[in-house]
Design a binder for this molecule. Structure first.
Ligand code: NAD
Ligand code: TYD
Length: 350
């Protein structure tokens, strides 16, 4: 039986990856290591928590001694590393936390893997999950390929870029068998409502203003989270050590077009008059250093590994809105307590 460590498994994407692996690979023991920050929530994994091949370990990847001990005890066969501070706006108000978790935490995991796997990297894999934001911002033309030079602009993307460099350096210097993927914006169930799509679903439902940064002309390339989890499965098993794979859905939207589409769909679902939810749109002060456009060229992963998205955006966004409307309790739980404080702080000066 192989033992696979998944870090950040109680978060948005991590919980989908844990669910996929626990259900698809009964022959693997899946260890989910998560600190349970504001973004981590064990309610995201209720459906798999009692499965015999699943185990949750609460812990902090920044705690070097703890990580070293965990690796020595468990001798993982593979690592899928998702744990991170992941929200750009929070990285603007508190950059240092991003250095600790995203950079130092990643280096701690690499050191522990290097230490316990020494001399025997056979069949081992250290797979680091990264973002397209490391490539910086595009103008109106072009797409990010695996060869695009790194050019991060936010403290979040700078910390992710730094961790990517360490991951590659540990392969080149020490032979740790690493792989990296860089994915575009994800959407779907269990996403913390600080990110655009769940935040706006929550606000539309509650008739609260929809704070659109700047003119709403920034472009993001949206992928259904379940398709990202499928891509992670494909790369973990079939990807080549040392390679980078870009993951995306060829699905670009300006923020304002996406928001209007969500408003229209929610008018229909909530029995509101056409155009009613759009009245909630409020243009607010732009995000500092706001990247204009992200777009992923996902040709390599399709050609080399045969992965492509399973769902078109129209269907994915319908499913997603329905999920948040049907899972009121989940949304209420994560938006109680500290969330209110965060929200007031984040939007008070906009
Ligand atoms: P998330 O914020 O929802 O989840 C992050 C998880 O990591 C949480 O469960 C949190 O508790 C855990 N965590 C944070 N700090 C930790 C620490 N010090 N030790 C242990 N656990 C810790 O993030 P997400 O959106 O699911 O993103 C997961 C990964 O995918 C990140 O590495 C992110 O950079 C990357 N990514 C995200 C997107 C996206 O659109 N959300 C796109 C591309 C790549
Ligand atoms: P976000 O979900 O934070 O993802 P990222 O910054 O990693 O792309 O934001 C997606 C886009 O939506 C981004 O261009 C910023 C914009 N945005 C708003 O206009 N208002 C908001 O309240 C938020 C959270 C984001």
């Amino acid at each position: 039986m192989k033992t696979i460590l998944i870090t950040g498994g109680a978060g948005f994407i991590g919980s989908h990856v844990v669910r996929l692996f626990v259900n698809k690979y009964p022959e693997y023991k899946i260890v989910n290591l998560d600190k349970l920050t504001y973004a981590g929530n064990l309610n995201n994994l209720k459906d798999v928590e009692n499965k015999p091949n699943y185990e949750f370990v609460k812990g902090d990847i920044v705690d070097e001694k703890f990580i070293q001990k965990l690796f020595e005890e468990r001798k993982f066969d593979g690592v899928i590393h998702l744990a991170a501070e992941s929200h750009v706006d929070r990285s603007i108000s508190n950059p240092t936390e991003f250095v600790f978790t995203n950079v130092i935490g990643t280096v701690n995991l690499l050191n522990a893997a290097k230490f316990v796997w020494k001399d025997n990297f056979d069949g081992k894999r250290f797979y680091h999950i990264s973002t397209d934001e490391v490539y910086g911002s595009l103008g109106n033309e072009g797409m990010f390929t695996e060869e695009t030079a790194y050019d991060p602009h936010s403290p979040y993307s700078a910390s992710k870029a730094s961790s990517d460099h360490f991951v590659r350096a540990y392969l080149d210097t020490f032979g740790v068998p690493t792989l990296i993927s860089n994915c575009s914006n994800n959407y779907g169930s269990f996403q913390f409502p600080e990110k655009l799509i769940p935040l706006f679903i929550h606000n539309i439902k509650n008739n609260k203003p929809l704070p659109v940064y700047g003119k709403g002309e920034n472009v993001r390339d949206w992928l259904w989270v379940v398709d990202h989890a499928r891509a992670i499965d494909t790369i973990f098993h079939d990807g080549k050590v040392g390679e980078t794979y870009n993951i995306g859905g060829f699905n670009e939207w300006t923020n304002i077009a996406l928001i209007k589409t969500m408003c229209q769909k929610m008018d229909a679902k909530l029995g509101r008059k056409k155009g009613e939810s759009e009245k909630l749109i409020t243009y607010v002060k732009d995000r500092a250093g706001h990247d204009l456009r992200y777009a992923i060229d996902a040709t390599k992963i399709k050609k080399e590994l045969g992965w492509e998205p399973s769902l078109q955006f129209e269907e994915g966004i319908e499913k997603t809105i329905d999920w948040y409307l049907e899972n009121e309790e989940w949304l209420n739980n994560v938006t109680s307590g500290d969330y209110q404080k965060y929200y007031e702080e984040q939007y008070k000066e906009r």
